[in-house]
Design a protein around this ligand. Sequence first.
Ligand code: ZN
Ligand code: ZN
Length: 150
Amino acid sequence: MIRSRRGQMLMLFQSYTYYKRSRTRQGWRWDCSTHNSKDCRAKIYTNEENDITEITGNHTHEPPKFHITSKVQPIQLTNGRMLLMLNGYTFWCARKLKDRQRWVCSSSSGRKCRVVIYVTNQYQLLHISNEHLHEPPIYVQTEQGFYVKA
Ligand SMILES: [Zn+2]
Ligand SMILES: [Zn+2]
C-alpha cells in the first residue's frame, strides 16, 4: 500500500499500481492508476482487509517502473531518507526557507547537473531552473511503499 500525497491509497500489485475506485459488497474495487493508458481496464477486487480476491482484465501497457509524475512527489527511501521526485528525477533538500524550500538534483551520476527546484512547504512546484544532463534514475517501490534505487 502506498499513500499518495493527497492521502489517496494506492495498491501496488505485480508492479502495477491501482487506486481505490469504489466500494463493493465484499470490500473494494481498484482500477489501474496508469492514466496515460486510458484503454486499460485492468482491475482488482479486495476484501475489507485489502487482500486481493479477484483480478480482471489485462493491462494494455508495461508496468510503471517508477512513478513519472509532473507533480512534485515526496518519496521515502528504505534508509529513511526523503527525496522529492519530479518527472522521474529525484532531489535532495538543500535549504528550507520560511515559505519555500530549495531542492537540488540528487543524481550522483550527474554531478554536474545543476537542476534546482523551489517548492512551497506543501510541495507545490514554484520554480525549476536548468535542464538535467542525464537520464532519470530508476527507482522501484517496495511493497511497503518505500523506494530503492534500481
Ligand atoms: Zn493498466
Ligand atoms: Zn539532474
